[in-house]
Design a protein around this ligand. Sequence first.
Ligand code: UD1
Length: 357
Amino acid sequence: MGARPQIIKSAALTRAVTGGYSEQIKLLTLHTGQHYDNDMSAIFFEELGLPKPDIQFELSAKSHAAQTSAMMINAEQTFLAHRPDIVLVYGDTNSTLAAALAAYKLQIPVAHVEAGLRSDNLKMPEETNRIATDHLSTWLFTPNTQASERLAQEGILSEAKRPSLARPGIYSVGDVMYDNSLHYGSDYESGTELILATCHRPSNVDDSAQLGQVLKALLELGSPETPVLLPVHPRLEKHEALLSSYRNRPGLILSAPLSYLDMQHTLKRAKAVITDSGGLQKEAYYHEKPCLILRDETEWPELMENGSARLVNLGRDNLIEVLGNLTRSEHTYPQVYGSGDAANLICDVLVKTYSTC
Ligand code: UD1
């Protein structure tokens, strides 16, 4: 783990291992140091009652190559020292790819949680990380059957394309974040209504004109009765001058990043969610909230099938109009990401199939 969402995902696996697999699985956790601020990392361990990582690295590198290669070197050192039987990675960040590649090169089989997702947008760094990690992985744990089909269509199991490591295959287990959402989810008092917004994708926030467009649209949308709450990801800090011109404006609240439980609480109160985060799109769905996705594509297309989520492009769409249309209709939220036992299924598969690889 290394980035914020991976710490949260790891909580589901830690629960499953300590709950029913502690005899068969010994878990050793490595934190790459990709996220290091208290409110991007440490707070999640405290709040979710997770033991501190067994191995914690610090990382100061910024560029993709510098970050990924530094994390690979650290991961390799750890793998050589501890000789794990399996390296399990989550999602699609640079931490995911670094650990998977380091393990693969040491011939340690890799388990990829959230395998098979594709945005088909190769400009996203995550898309490269997903594809590469899937091709390095022995166990491909997908959140739904669509992701499994996608992997099968890509021919990932064909002998020619599979890596040389022996391989158990594709397992549709569900989403570990759905496990978490059921586990931590529902006993919150609701509060005053708000609209929850987040944005941190390079395509939305690296260019100040684009970020300005997002902030302007959010300010127009919010009102004193139903304000927009925007927790600010540290990636936006370089735009502090722009951000400060949007602080203390009626209808728009800029806050520090939220903890996981505060986020669940806020989702409960939300009238709607506006986000470019893959994780939050799904959490909106789990909380049965309409969601506008501030992107041109999503790797979670099932969210849009029942109309509760839609893609929005601020260059083309008027946020007030689109959100008005979305919130006026009733939506259903069928269970499409498993049954809330993804982490247990992952442990079960690993225990039963490890001897075959
Ligand atoms: C990373 C992931 C992204 C994931 C997101 C979750 C990659 C390529 N991207 O994006 O998929 O959705 O995490 O949040 O791995 N920073 C801090 N403090 C921190 C963390 C980051 O100040 O604790 C700042 C640094 O200036 C850093 C910048 O934010 O350079 C971007 O961080 P980085 O981890 O490179 O990418 P994210 O945008 O967080």
